[in-house]
Design a protein around this ligand. Structure first.
Ligand SMILES: NC(=O)c1ccc[n+]([C@@H]2O[C@H](COP(=O)([O-])OP(=O)(O)OC[C@H]3O[C@@H](n4cnc5c(N)ncnc54)[C@H](OP(=O)(O)O)[C@@H]3O)[C@@H](O)[C@H]2O)c1
Length: 329
């Protein structure tokens, strides 16, 4: 069985990354790929696909025959396209946050939640995916009592316009401040808009709500300070967590690596965005016992957020959704 897959927002950073992973993944049951985008469709904008090119169609194109749609649009534009796809009988993997009604899933953590999906599954915020995966081994081994995290988030997390802002500012040119302030040579300790949690940004609230949900521990308190840094790609996190019971650094290493795709950094130093670019793992470094939280652990995390936090998760969800669609009812 092979499927027709569509990507809405295929020319954006998330959409392109999904297309690129899909292109390389020979095990994914893809028959035809369709790319959807806005604006004027010129031939030079066609996207590369397995030695050929695929045209970018407008959102007016019929979605009949599409089995699954990746929704990689800004939330305000995503809902209408998602509903159109559902009406045409497609499954939807929502990366935009426009749909609140589907389950939030990371295949390595809570695949069973997909049972609740009625057409739509939500891929979490990429930072939530990375943090939840990094905590899961400790949760299983020692229990989690609370988490305080500071993030160092790459500019590409805010889309291609933000990357353009970084590039222009770096060249000393005027730029549209889509990140809310200058980013070249600077850090911005507020990521995303405001939220329902007093004093917390949207990104901080996503971590506070999504990570306990993904870990199946609703009473887990996650306190985050999210910071945008002038790095093109690759998110880092400094994590402090209170544990249910003591653990040794060696025990913690084993616990981290018990989760598929989570690796302790074995080379010299600590994992950095530059070193882990393009990789599919969540990398853990600087593991040490906390002196302030007892029992507690401090560690560092780095991951390519476009690959691990975004495209890989979305592809995993698509695979599960399509497998579910094949199951006899
Ligand atoms: N970047 C990440 O690390 C990341 C991670 C997880 C989730 N996401 C989510 O994925 C979605 C896309 O993010 P991105 O980083 O790929 O952004 P992006 O690079 O800015 O791309 C956005 C895409 O949406 C299209 N678009 C923008 N405004 C539109 C509108 N009003 N109507 C229709 N189409 C519109 C753009 O079309 P054009 O090509 O014509 O400009 C582009 O293809 C967002 O909801 C974001 O929160 C992003």
């Amino acid at each position: 069985m092979s499927y027709t897959i569509a990507i809405a927002g295929a020319r954006g950073l998330a959409g392109r990354e999904i297309l690129s992973l899909l292109e390389k993944d020979e095990t994914f049951p893809v028959g035809r790929v369709r790319a959807l985008g806005r604006g004027r469709m010129r031939e030079e904008d066609n996207l590369p696909w397995r030695g050929g090119k695929i045209p970018v169609e407008t959102f007016q194109a019929s979605l009949e025959g599409v089995d699954l749609l990746f929704l990689c649009l800004p939330p305000q534009a995503a809902r209408e396209v998602g509903v159109q796809a559902l009406d045409a009988g497609a499954k939807v993997v929502d990366l935009s946050g426009a749909f609140q009604e589907g389950p939030l899933v990371v295949p390595e953590l809570n695949p069973w939640a997909l049972e609740e999906a009625e057409g739509v599954v939500r891929s979490p915020n990429c930072t939530s995916v990375i943090l939840a995966l990094s905590l899961h081994g400790l949760q299983k081994t020692a229990g989690l009592g609370g988490v305080v995290v500071t993030t160092f988030q790459a500019v590409s997390g805010a889309g291609k316009a933000a990357l353009e802002q970084l590039r222009r500012e770096g060249e000393g040119k005027k730029a549209v401040p889509v990140l809310g302030g200058r980013i070249a040579g600077n850090v911005l300790p507020w990521v995303g808009g405001s939220s329902s949690l007093p004093g917390r940004s949207r990104e901080e609230a996503d971590l506070a709500f999504q990570v306990p949900d993904l870990l199946g521990q609703e009473d887990l308190v996650v306190e985050a300070t999210c910071v945008r840094v002038p790095v093109p790609r690759g998110h880092c996190l400094s994590v402090a967590c209170r544990l249910g019971e003591p653990i040794t650094p060696e025990g913690a290493r084993d616990a981290f690596e018990s989760v598929p795709g989570v690796e302790v950094w074995k080379e010299e130093g600590s994992p950095t965005p530059d070193q882990i670019l393009g990789t599919q793992e969540v990398w853990i470094g600087r593991i040490r016992l906390s002196r302030a939280l007892d029992p507690g652990l401090l560690f560092w995390v780095a991951a390519d957020q476009l690959v691990r936090g975004t495209a890989l998760n979305a592809l995993g969800l698509a695979r599960l959704m399509l497998r579910g669609a094949d199951r006899p009812g």
